[in-house]
Design a protein around this ligand. Structure first.
Ligand code: CAA
Length: 384
């Protein structure tokens, strides 16, 4: 590793690894079938201080750094990717946005309970007609006295049904492109705010994904996050952190797939010997391990840059791009190593393969990460 982990980072990593494997992993396969939201897992994560990991103690968080956070998140993803995505959006996007852009009142009312895990957070940017290009969103927020009136539909919102607090972006100036977008904190139960039916997804089945619908939803002006027109910047800044989180989820699922493959390859005998003795299998395992290590280094280096308060936008996109594509290659190889058993639900690799598929899509597709990276390189900015 380029840099040495601190004792605290090692301690947090090892604590979360043990916890995830003992507590979260045993129910992951069943949860994938029942699609039951992992509320109990989140409660246990909150008890360990993992729901406000990067929030300072004065706001009831754990005050950990980003490196410790990605190590912890990758261990949760190793055990259950559906639990990890809820933890990721909650920590990297929701808590971080309120921490960086919230008023003291907002921090008191929303950040503290979020950091204690009493509220679960969601982030609503995407719309039916605005995915990769969120500047063209149509949800509107019209000022009316000391409120804003929100109208519109958000789509594919992680934790849409179960979140207590949602950060929603909406146009306060419909004629402005990204500069016309503002962000709002909306509490569940606010009249005019509802969630749509659960999407039937191919993976991450226990994490709920829904539309959020706003119909003349009156949000107090004091719930606007940041100044009017800052919503796009808030979203982009949050996604920088979120994208390192997706790299961490990818590394966790890939390591689970590698471990399952190694175990299977040592046990499964064909042609009179364990299949781990065959060079074809050994090379797949070598490639999987090498790719995972490369992704892990990119994830750690982006997180370390964040901790050093350097601009880490490009490195976050590189980590997300490489790690999310890596885990799709690794889980495909894991399934191949398992042969027919990889194709049935009795073995976990089938779930890993399905869970990994969305990693190259959400929080910015691979194509969007390449846009971010190439823009940076072509502007002749230093990356390495
Ligand atoms: N940090 C801070 N500001 C940023 C920024 C960043 N990383 N990236 C861009 N900005 C700012 C720019 O500086 C610029 O500001 P000024 O006008 O003041 O100079 C402004 O934002 C607009 O920048 P661009 O012109 O580059 O913006 P664009 O419209 O061309 O879009 C983009 C750039 C990278 C394609 C962006 O739209 C993007 O990331 N798209 C993907 C959206 C996405 O990831 N959606 C995922 C949904 S969330 C989700 O999946 C969550 C979940 O539930 C799991």
């Amino acid at each position: 590793m380029v840099f040495k982990l601190t004792d605290e980072q090692i301690m947090i990593h090892s604590m979360v690894r043990d916890f995830s494997r003992e507590v979260i992993l045993p129910t992951a396969m069943e949860r994938d079938k029942t699609r039951e939201f992992p509320a109990d897992n989140l409660k246990r994560l909150a008890d360990l201080g993992l729901m406000g990991m990067m929030v300072p103690p004065e706001y009831d968080g754990s005050g950990a750094d980003a490196v410790a956070y990605v190590l912890a998140l990758s261990e949760v993803a190793y055990a259950c990717a559906a639990t990890a995505v809820v933890m990721s959006v909650h920590n990297s996007i929701v808590c971080e946005s309120i921490l960086h852009y919230g008023t003291e009142t907002q921090k008191e009312k929303y950040l503290k309970p979020l950091a204690r895990g009493e509220f679960i957070g969601a982030f609503a940017l995407t719309e039916p007609l605005a995915g990769s290009d969120p500047s063209r969103q149509l949800t509107s927020a019209k000022k009316d006295g000391d409120h804003y009136v929100l109208n519109g539909t958000k789509r594919f919102i992680t934790t849409g049904k179960n979140a207590d607090v949602v950060i929603v972006t909406a146009k306060t100036d419909p004629s402005g492109r990204h500069k016309g977008i503002s962000a709002f904190i909306v509490k569940k139960g606010t009249p005019g705010f509802s969630s749509g039916p659960l999407e039937e997804k191919m993976g991450l089945c226990a994490s709920d994904t829904t539309d959020l619908v706003f119909e003349d939803c009156r949000v107090p002006a004091e719930n606007r996050l940041g100044e009017e027109g800052m919503g796009f910047t808030i979203a982009m800044t949050a996604l920088d952190s979120g994208r390192i989180g997706i790299a961490a989820q990818s590394v966790g699922v890939a390591r689970a797939a590698l471990d399952a493959s190694v175990k299977y390859a040592k046990e499964r005998e064909q042609f009179g010997q364990p299949i781990s003795k065959f060079q074809g299998i050994r090379w797949m395992i070598a490639d999987m391990a090498t790719e995972i290590e490369a992704a892990r280094q990119l994830m750690l280096s982006a997180a370390a840059m964040k901790d050093r308060k350097e601009n880490f936008t490009t490195q976050a996109s590189m980590a997300k791009l490489f790690a999310s594509e890596m885990v799709n290659r690794v889980t495909a190889k894991a399934l191949q190593i398992h042969g027919g058993y990889g194709f049935i639900k009795e073995y976990p690799v089938e779930r890993f393969y399905r869970d990994a598929r969305v990693f190259t899509i959400y929080e910015g597709t691979s194509e969007i990460q390449r846009v971010v990276i190439s823009n940076h390189i072509l502007q002749d900015k230093r990356v390495l």
